[in-house]
Design a protein around this ligand. Structure first.
Ligand code: DAK
Length: 260
């Protein structure tokens, strides 16, 4: 299957995934979600990829939501199927054994905001706008928005954004913790690459285990979470990269991690 709505490129140990439907402001239709699923699978299987950047094509949008034209006439069964597909792809990104940075270059609305929230780190351009406008379309957020938004920015702020459907700008998104940092549009990808490269310099297995410990731990009580942390900490000592990292420190030389 030829990937046309989603483009994958590799730059050293970094994969850049671009949602590529600029005429529809990169809205997510079934075809795009299926392509994104394929691309995520390819990245998952590629041992040379240590970090991923997800962005949108064009100057206006990251993703302006799920595709309203496609959803308009959906039956209950089709709606459920569509929701299931989106949730599967987004959960796959959340669970991907590599860090994913969302570089938010414009409208990040509805399913687009939900896609961004399934990534590990969000950085935005000053032009980005955020919102969950679903209630104004007669639906609820269906790709995890009601759950991930509250976990990220707290229940009060999540409820205000979701109940009103209002749009906020990048600085407000920064203030409430929806994004980590904001850059001028022309600097966004450069900053995303710098961030991805600084992560990729660390031991990939350790980064993967950190992601897993944070994601799993946040869902459970502190004792279970700390038990899980202890488990992954122990696991590091079975890796060559732990030996390399610590030996390089003691020998005062540069590290050379091998992802083993
Ligand atoms: N879907 C389809 N097409 C879209 C789109 C979208 N979400 N957003 C924009 N477009 C298309 C426009 O129709 C237009 O196409 P043409 O008319 O040129 O063919 C083109 O992109 C450019 O858009 P505009 O002409 O409207 O551009 P403006 O600069 O004037 O306005 C805008 C930009 C972002 C403010 C506006 O386009 C807009 O309000 N877009 C819709 C934003 C939105 O409401 N997004 C949320 C979508 S709902 C679920 C699964 C999923 C979901 C829910 C439930 N289950 C199955 C349970 C998720 C829902 C959503 O994401």
């Amino acid at each position: 299957m030829e990937e046309k709505n989603v483009v994958l490129s590799k730059e050293g140990n970094i994969a850049v995934i671009t949602i590529n439907r600029p005429k529809a402001l990169n809205a997510l239709n079934t075809e795009t979600l299926l392509e994104l699923n394929n691309v995520i699978e390819a990245v998952e299987l590629d041992d040379e990829v240590y970090a991923v950047i997800l962005t949108g094509a064009g100057e206006k949008a990251f993703v302006a939501g799920a595709d309203i034209s496609e959803m308009k006439n959906m039956t209950v069964v089709e709606g459920r199927k569509f929701g299931k597909l989106g949730n599967k792809v987004f959960r796959r990104i959340e669970n991907l054994e590599k860090p994913v940075i969302a570089a938010l270059n414009g409208f990040t609305l509805g399913g687009g905001c939900e896609l961004a929230m399934s990534c590990d780190i969000r950085i935005a351009s000053t032009k980005a706008k955020f919102g969950q406008p679903e209630a104004g379309l007669g639906i609820t957020p269906g790709f995890g928005g009601t759950q991930r938004m509250a976990r990220l920015v707290g229940m009060g702020m999540a409820k205000e954004l979701i109940f009103t459907g209002k749009m906020i700008d990048a600085n407000e998104a920064l203030r409430i913790g929806l994004v980590n940092s904001v850059f001028e549009p022309e600097k966004l990808m450069e900053e995303a690459r710098a961030l991805a490269n600084s992560i990729a310099l660390n031991a990939p297995i350790a980064v993967r285990l950190c992601k897993s410990a944070i994601n799993r731990g946040i869902q459970c009580d502190i004792d279970t979470a700390l038990m899980y942390e202890t488990e992954v900490f122990g696991e590091c000592f079975a890796t060559e990269d732990q030996k390399e990292g610590m030996t390089a420190f003691v020998e005062r030389r540069a590290k050379n991690f091998k992802n083993r």
